[in-house]
Design a protein around this ligand. Structure first.
Ligand code: HEM
Length: 507
């Protein structure tokens, strides 16, 4: 018995040994096979050969939108390809799954932003002063957390109701101005930019300015210049030694942003600080966005912010009004020659309001108006702000080196005939379900996604809806003879002097 058990023990020991050996062997083999496969797939992405100095910048020439070039190149090199632009190593990412890998599943690898001199110029030489162009950091997380409550007001809350009241007030001013045009040619953009600026300053800073306030009007104009600027691409962004050629231009950029800062400090922050006179009740809930910034600068709410950081955070968010205003003018240009769309929106507004002015509460009853805005955003196909890899990583199986600039091809997501029926046509109904609700397909990502997603898209939806719904409710638009209403795509901005319209009052 004992001999047997010794034998069994020896056998077990032997088998245990051989099992361990076998397991080790299998592990080595599996690692070798997987490692080999990994090595094979974990290679650099294919892409065009780079020329000295230019890299592959020349391949972007001749396209209405640079992102169209990316779609064409994807047909040759595949959905994910690398290309050197000037001195910057870039990776172009096409296709929903690959884009989601960057924005969502690996968002902590790709949360940096490019280091363009032009952008630094707007933020006193430090890109980390900017909300959209900074790298990810604890500070950025704080700034986003602070903004959340203000830029994403929830229905039935006091902030939401306050925004609704501000929108009604601003509409009453705009209405008078539009009505007085009496169906003659009018430059709408200056009025809409000014109206949007007042919506933003009223909502975030509890302050409205009249149109005879020269400094305010100058600030509005400066913001529009800056917005136009950040929406342009320059070869010098990728070939830094060309930058001196932009010398004068860079000075103008610095001048605009300096004037904006002076206005914000004087007319908003300092005035508020004086009125608070150091008597702020820290237990009281924070009021507007200025109050919450002040809590972090002066009242030691953690984490504390420097004056400069807070000022930039404020002006950056107030600058969002330019995005909304420029978008609205583009929307109007898309539909000025489409009386059918205008009529449908008018009927929808009449049915929802019974004749009174449009309010945010009507939004659920006015899906077509919202769909007009979404369709314009789709067709504009504005790029997702480029990301930068903060570490070595992998996308779609290809290696990506730290500091690689990542272009996410939103143009292909918005315009691919495989994803959209007749993508070149303006068809708001594509965003409305059979049950009459607004629906957005998952490949519609105009505001990006993940930890660097747009902080202003709710404001775009709410303010855009309110102004567009109100205009189409009270006026019909018609083209001015000789104006070509082709809307520039691939960016959100329009020059200050842009499309004119004729507006006829409906009653
Ligand atoms: C039609 C109008 C707009 C479009 C299409 C748009 C689109 C975008 C996109 C694509 C991004 C980058 C997302 C990413 O990298 O994943 C972004 C970032 C951002 N947007 Fe917007 N945006 C619009 C309006 C606004 C407005 C009105 C505001 C302010 C109220 C705003 C505030 C921001 C901020 C602060 C960021 C930077 C977020 C970060 O990097 O952490 N945007 N936007």
């Amino acid at each position: 018995m004992e001999g047997n058990s010794v034998l069994l023990k020896e056998l077990l020991t032997v088998s245990a040994c051989s099992y361990s050996l076998l397991a080790a062997l299998v592990l080595v083999l599996v690692t070798a096979v997987l490692g080999g496969r990994g090595e094979k797939s974990r290679k650099a992405a294919p892409g065009p050969r780079a020329w000295p100095v230019l890299g592959s910048l020349h391949l972007m020439a001749g396209y209405r939108v640079p992102y169209q070039a990316f779609s064409t190149l994807a047909q040759r090199y595949g959905a994910v390809f690398g290309m050197q632009l000037g001195s910057v190593q870039c990776l172009v990412v096409n296709g929903l799954d690959n884009i989601r890998e960057v924005l969502m599943s690996k968002n902590n690898h790709f949360d940096g932003r490019p280091d363009f001199t032009r952008y630094k110029q707007l933020f006193a030489g430090d890109k980390d002063n900017s909300l959209a162009f900074c790298n990810w950091s604890d500070l950025q997380k704080t700034r986003r957390d602070m903004l959340q409550a203000h830029t994403f007001p929830r229905p039935f809350t006091s902030r939401y109701n306050q925004l609704d009241e501000i929108l009604s007030e601003e509409w009453s001013h705009l209405y008078v101005q539009l009505k007085s045009s009496n169906n003659s040619k009018m430059a709408l953009k200056p009025l809409i930019v000014q109206g949007c600026a007042n919506i933003f300053t009223s909502y975030f800073c509890s302050k409205r300015f009249d149109s005879d306030n020269v400094e305010f009007m100058r600030m509005v104009r400066n913001f529009d210049e800056v917005f136009y600027e950040v929406n342009q691409g320059y070869a010098a962004d990728f070939i830094p030694w060309l930058m001196p050629l932009l010398g004068k231009h860079l000075k103008r950029i610095a001048g605009w942003s300096h004037e904006i800062r002076e206005f914000m400090e004087k007319a908003i922050m300092k005035e508020r600080l004086e009125s608070l006179n150091n008597n702020m009740d820290m237990d009281a809930p924070s009021g507007d966005y200025v109050d919450s910034l002040i809590e972090h600068i002066h009242y030691h709410k953690q984490p504390t912010l420097t004056w400069e950081t807070a000022m930039f955070a404020l002006e950056d968010i107030i600058g969002g009004h330019s995005a909304v205003a420029n978008l609205l003018i583009k929307v109007l240009a898309f539909i000025v020659e489409r009386p059918d769309i205008q009529q449908k929106a008018f009927e929808e507004a009449e049915a929802a309001t019974g004749g009174r002015d449009v309010t945010l509460a009507d939004r659920t009853q006015m899906p077509y108006t919202e769909a007009i805005i979404l369709e314009a955003i789709r067709l504009i196909a504005s790029p997702i702000v480029p990301h930068v890899a903060n570490q070595d990583s992998v996308i779609a199986g290809y290696t990506v080196e730290k500091d690689t600039l990542i272009f996410l091809n939103n143009y292909s997501l918005s315009m691919d005939p495989a994803l959209w029926d007749e993508p070149d046509k303006f068809k708001p109904e594509r965003f409305i379900s059979a049950e009459g609700h607004v629906v957005k397909p998952e490949h519609f990502l105009p505001f990006g996604g993940g930890r660097r997603s747009c902080m202003g898209y709710k404001m775009v939806q709410l303010i855009g809806f309110s102004i567009l719904g109100s205009i189409l409710h009270r006026f019909s638009l018609s083209p001015v003879e000789g104006v070509d209403y082709q809307v520039p795509i691939g960016n959100l901005a329009l020059p200050y002097d842009t499309f004119n319209f004729k507006l006829e009052h409906r009653f």
